[in-house]
Design a protein around this ligand. Sequence first.
Ligand SMILES: Nc1nc2c(ncn2[C@@H]2O[C@H](COP(=O)(O)OP(=O)(O)OP(=O)(O)O)[C@@H](O)[C@H]2O)c(=O)[nH]1
Ligand SMILES: [Mg+2]
Length: 306
Amino acid sequence: MAGWFNKLKNGLKKSSDKLTDSVTQVFTHKKLDDQTLDSLEEVLITADLGVSVASQIVDQLRDERFGKEISNDEILTFLAQKISEILDPVAHKLKIDTTKKPYVVLMVGVNGSGKTTTVAKMAKQWTDEGLKVSIAACDTFRAAAVEQLEVWGRRLDVPVFKKELGADAAGLAYESYDKARKNQDDVLLIDTAGRLQNNTDLMNELVKIVRVLRKHDADLPHACLLVLDATVGQNAHSQVETFSKMVDVTGLILTKLDGTAKGGVVVSLADKFKLPIHAIGVGESAEDLQPFTAKDFAKGLVLKNE
Ligand SMILES: Nc1nc2c(ncn2[C@@H]2O[C@H](COP(=O)(O)OP(=O)(O)OP(=O)(O)O)[C@@H](O)[C@H]2O)c(=O)[nH]1
Ligand SMILES: [Mg+2]
């Protein structure tokens, strides 16, 4: 766990440096006055925490400490605490109901957000935990996506269901469920093609995948995870809105937190949508996908040293 915290901390370095450096510039042995609070609010908005979170935090700080001296460390500790409180209600590891056989997890998101990589990482982690996993390679647009999953499938000894390029993704999802059920698999992970929010055809295809899966069972998919690339910052909000209109998004996965100064977006997403955040990615290898924990993330985002 200590190893993971360091990895998280290193991954969040860009976000954390940006935030702590700006906070430090605002608070240098100053009494907490209106001007300082305004500057802090601006810093938090610039760090992608969003207007609502920024004003909540500043209001609470005003209530508790207005007119008093406050040190840089105190302010950072206060921030970490408040951020942790906002994140805590949404930090849930995805719980697989192993009575389902298979528990169906549908992965959705815009192009390049990290769906296929995340499918591979989750397949590895669940296989390591002793679960029987299979994968439906329903991105039938890109041969590379299928190949990427087949490499993992061979490595993990996990079946990868596929069809020819250009095949109907919904049909493949439907048949994959049948196969996974016959195999008595614990989990069926369904990868899908990337689709931009404004691509109506592709968005409709996603709706079709869900509709066709539900011919098996109205509860399907058991989880629909929206994979968001944290480097897009506030654009992630419109991705949640658009995808939620088309399918019942049950949870979020945030990737590429290692390559961005926009890690604060996780806090604004948690505050606005209250959707569970199941895991975060801070790198490309399997162990770089980890359950999301509020306290660790808040500390990683705000505090320079443990
Ligand atoms: N640094 C970093 N890179 C990541 C992370 N997750 C995914 N990537 C990289 O992001 C790129 C895109 O990942 P994919 O998994 O192919 O994304 P996708 O959503 O399947 O893309 P499409 O199928 O084209 O929509 C790859 O180069 C991944 O290695 C992460 O947490 N950190
Ligand atoms: Mg993909």
